[in-house]
Design a protein around this ligand. Structure first.
Ligand code: GLU
Length: 463
């Protein structure tokens, strides 16, 4: 087999969509698996909706996910001359033609077809043919270029995901390949690009499966080698409907902001529509070594926010504490908290990461070390009783000279318990409520030793 070359071809009209990220991931993993190349192409021919800002967001998300490409970004709008040249070549060979139908005419055509109960579509009135006389060229109408689709035969391909697909050419009308302003349409640009970029395998969303017969006919008309196609099923939201912006986060950026780790995201996305036995947690390297294009599922994938959170939690637990510290610090600062350089952030992460499924949850916990806390009224009323407050005052004193380790803070607590004849929970729970703003935490002696001594003592003195 020739060198495997795959590509991802996002349209820069927003953030990197989860569906596109998943296709990018499959394309990337497939190329890496085969020691091939992965190309990034920016499909920016929808000039009104494409923005540079979106390109940058997409590049940033690809980078964040670690989907490094070998070539690109290649911008379609910088290749207009090439598409024009190919369109002219097709015209010269009688495989494409100018069509001067106005939008009104096309509407009337469709209405007429509907009224007669016929299938709607372009009726081929400008398509040249032996002995056929074409309409007179109207003045002031800029033509489109249409592809003269074969009229006979079937388009058949063996889809890497869906198996054999066959469409009769009678079902397909003559596609517009160049608009009146000279900009190519998606189906045409994609073929010229996949040909020029020597793409061997196209993975893309299911929504393009109806475009593929046109594209295959175009490849053939150009005498270009046909890539293999794999149409990946759509992702359904938790509610069973197509994943959509209106019903929740659909961009990679949104998950990055919500505190997901890139490797967790990659792992979860890979499992949406692909499997390797029962494996749920696997590394990037494992994915690359396993991803050979098989085991892609035909049925729609179901987005499962709870599962993604679980996967993320697994990665957070396993993550290096210094790395977590570096990731959580800006999240604390974003909350307006100052994190002193001497703060033992890695140790804090080590203590709390087991109970966090996102970096935001981790930041939520660690915030208590750097800024004021406020327990619920119910917790305060229940736990900050008079005797408890008195014990907490004593503890402030005992902590003043304590060794600042879990053993040291535990010894200070024990001295207060002994002096006041209290049991551990009678001190530990009010202490958590006052110092941490909640009644449950990991081992309290460990939590205390992570506080800045001054901050903790001030909190206790306020009892
Ligand atoms: N720009 C198209 C999209 O974002 C690319 C489809 C393809 O991969 O051919 O859906």
């Amino acid at each position: 087999m020739s060198q495997v070359r795959t590509r991802i071809a996002p349209s820069p009209t927003g953030f990197l969509h989860l569906g596109t990220a998943r296709t990018a991931l499959f394309s990337w993993a497939y190329a890496r698996h085969h020691g091939g190349q992965f190309v990034l192409r920016i499909e920016d021919t929808d000039v009104a909706r494409s923005t540079q800002d979106s390109v940058e967001q997409i590049l940033a998300s690809m980078h964040w996910l670690g989907l490094e490409y070998d070539e690109g970004p290649i911008y379609q709008m910088q290749r207009l001359e090439r598409y024009q040249a190919v369109a002219q070549q097709l015209i010269a060979e009688g495989k494409a033609y100018y069509c001067y139908c106005t939008p009104e005419e096309l509407d009337a055509m469709r209405e007429g077809q509907k009224a007669r109960g016929e299938k709607t579509g372009y009726d081929g009135r400008w398509r040249p043919g032996p002995g056929k006389s074409l309409p007179a060229i109207p003045v002031g109408v800029k033509p489109v270029i249409r592809f003269a689709n074969p009229k006979e035969g079937d388009v058949v391909w063996n889809d890497l995901v869906k198996g054999t697909i066959s469409i009769n050419n009678r079902e397909i009308d003559d596609l517009i390949i160049v608009r009146p302003d000279g900009v190519p349409t998606y189906n045409f640009a994609v073929v010229v690009d996949d040909w020029d970029m020597q793409i061997t395998h196209v993975f893309r969303g299911d929504e393009h499966v109806n475009n593929t017969p046109w594209q295959i006919n175009l490849f053939r008309a150009l005498g270009a080698p046909l890539p293999a196609f794999g149409h990946v099923p759509i992702i359904l939201g938790d509610d069973g409907l197509k994943l959509s912006k209106r019903r929740g986060a659909v961009s990679v950026t949104a998950y990055e902001e919500a505190g997901y780790l890139p490797e967790a995201m990659l792992n979860y996305l890979a499992r949406l529509g692909w499997s390797h036995g029962d494996d749920e947690i696997f590394s990037r390297e494992q994915l690359v070594s396993w991803f050979d294009g098989s085991h892609l599922t035909k049925s729609p994938a179901q987005w499962d926010a709870a599962k993604l959170e679980w996967v993320n939690g697994q990665y957070i637990k396993a993550a290096d504490d210094a790395r977590l510290a570096a990731l959580v610090k800006p999240r604390l600062e974003k909350r307006g908290l100052a994190v002193p350089a001497a703060a033992p952030l890695p140790a804090m992460c080590a203590l709390f990461k087991d109970r966090c499924s996102t970096l935001e949850a981790l930041a939520e916990w660690l915030a208590m070390f750097f800024g004021p806390v406020q327990a619920s009224e119910a917790d305060q009323a229940q736990h900050l009783t008079e005797p408890a407050r008195a014990a907490l005052q004593d503890l402030a004193v005992a902590l003043k000279d304590a060794e600042w380790t879990p053993a040291g803070t535990a010894a200070a607590m024990k001295s207060v318990l002994a002096a006041r004849g209290l049991k551990m929970p009678q001190l530990a729970i009010p202490l958590r409520v006052l110092a941490c703003g909640r009644s449950q935490t990991p081992a309290i002696d460990q939590v205390l030793a992570l506080f800045d001594r001054e901050i903790l003592m001030t909190r206790l003195q306020s009892a």
